[in-house]
Ligand binder design. Structure first.
Ligand code: BDR
Ligand code: CA
Length: 314
C-alpha cells in the first residue's frame, strides 16, 4: 500500500477525499495535517478529529498553519463550504486530540523516519508544505511523491474558480505554492483542468448514500450544501470531485495524462494565484522558469473511469 500524509482543509470535498482514502485498501493514511482555507484552522482541525472519531480511524492529526506566509488571508469560503467547513453538518466536540507537533514538524518527523516511502497529498493552501521546505529542507529529497490539488493551467478551457485565472488553493497562498513548485521533489499537479471534468450528479451522491454504508451517508450529508452552491454555477445539482481526484491519482495514475515543465505562480496583483507551466525548451533572456525543476501537470483525465473507481471503492 502507498503510505500517505494528507494535507487538507476540510472542507466538503476534502471530507469526500478522506472517505475515499479510508475505503481504499491500496492506500494507507498515516496522518492528516490541517491547514486554514475552506474554514479557519480551528474548524478544519476540529473537522479532521471529528471524522477520525466518527469512523474509528487510526490516522494521526497534526494542526498546521492558521494563515498564509505573506499575503492577507482571504478568509473562509463560507458560501462554498458552509459556516464551519462541512456544509450543514456540525462536528461534535472531538475526543481525539492533535499531535504535539505542528503540521510541518509532523511531516518532517515521519518523512525522515520513512525515507522514500511517503507520498504527500496536498488538497488545501500549500502553506504547510512550504514551511516544510523552508524549515526541514533535508526532508525534501526523502519524499516519494507530492500530489497537489491546486492551480489551473488553461487546458480544456478551465482557468480559475476564484478569479478568471486563479484556483482557490493556490490563490489562498501563492507565495507558498511558488516555494513548493520550486523545490526539488517530484510534484504532480491535479488542477481545475482535470477536476472540472469530474462532475458528479445528484443521483451519483444518492447512490453513494444508499450503497456505500456510513461513509456514503456522510458524503451525502456534507455534500448537500455544496450541491446548492454549485447549482448557481452549473444550473443543475452537481459538484466537482476536486480533492478526491488527487488521491485517485495516487491509486490509479493511468487514468490521467501528464505534461512536464517547470511551474511559476503569479504572487501579486490582479492575476495573483495564476499558475503557468513552461512547456517549450527555449531559454529566454529573462526566464523565471529556468531555475526550477520540471514538474508534472495533469492535462486530461478519464472522468468516467474516475467516477466509477471512486464509487466502486466506497
Ligand atoms: C479547492 O478549493 C477548495 O474549495 C476545495 O476544497 C479544493 O481543495 C478547489 O479549488
Ligand atoms: Ca480542499
Amino acid at each position: 500500500a502507498e503510505t500517505i500524509i494528507l494535507d487538507t482543509d476540510p472542507g466538503i470535498d476534502d471530507a469526500m477525499a478522506i472517505m475515499y482514502v479510508l475505503a481504499n485498501k491500496h492506500l494507507k493514511l498515516m496522518g492528516i495535517t490541517t491547514v486554514f482555507g475552506n474554514a479557519t484552522i480551528e474548524d478544519t482541525t476540529r473537522n479532521a478529529l471529528f471524522i477520525k472519531d466518527k469512523f474509528n480511524a487510526s490516522f494521526d492529526v497534526a494542526c498546521g498553519a492558521a494563515a498564509p506566509l505573506i499575503k492577507t488571508p482571504n478568509g473562509p469560503t463560507v458560501i462554498v463550504h458552509g459556516e464551519h467547513g462541512l456544509g450543514s453538518v456540525v462536528a461534535d466536540a472531538p475526543k481525539s486530540v492533535a499531535e504535539e507537533e505542528t503540521a510541518w514538524q509532523y511531516m518532517a518527523k515521519k518523512i525522515t523516519a520513512n525515507p522514500g516511502e511517503i507520498t504527500l497529498v496536498a488538497v488545501g493552501p500549500l502553506t504547510n508544505l512550504a514551511l516544510l521546505v523552508q524549515n526541514a529542507p533535508e526532508a525534501v529529497s526523502l519524499v516519494k511523491n507530492v500530489v497537489i490539488m491546486g492551480g489551473a493551467f488553461g487546458e480544456n478551457g478551465h482557468r480559475g474558480n476564484v478569479s478568471p485565472v486563479a484556483e482557490a488553493n493556490v490563490h489562498d497562498d501563492p507565495h507558498a505554492a511558488n516555494i513548493v513548485f520550486a523545490a526539488n521533489w517530484p510534484v504532480v499537479v491535479i488542477g481545475l483542468d482535470v477536476t472540472h471534468e469530474i462532475a458528479c450528479e445528484e443521483h451519483y451522491i444518492e447512490t453513494l448514500r444508499d450503497h456505500a454504508g456510513e461513509k456514503g451517508r456522510f458524503i451525502y450529508d456534507v455534500s448537500q450544501f455544496y450541491l446548492g452552491f454549485y447549482e448557481t454555477e452549473l444550473k443543475r445539482k452537481a459538484c466537482y470531485l476536486h480533492d478526491p481526484a488527487a488521491l485517485v491519482y495516487v491509486s490509479r495514475p493511468e487514468l490521467f495524462e501528464l505534461r512536464e515543465g517547470p511551474i511559476v505562480v503569479v504572487e501579486e496583483g490582479g492575476a495573483e494565484g495564476m499558475t503557468i507551466q513552461k512547456t517549450e525548451s527555449r531559454v529566454f533572456s529573462n526566464d523565471a522558469w529556468e531555475q526550477r525543476p520540471s514538474q508534472s501537470v495533469a492535462i486530461s483525465v478519464d472522468s468516467e473511469a474516475v467516477l466509477n473507481h471512486f464509487s466502486d471503492t466506497l
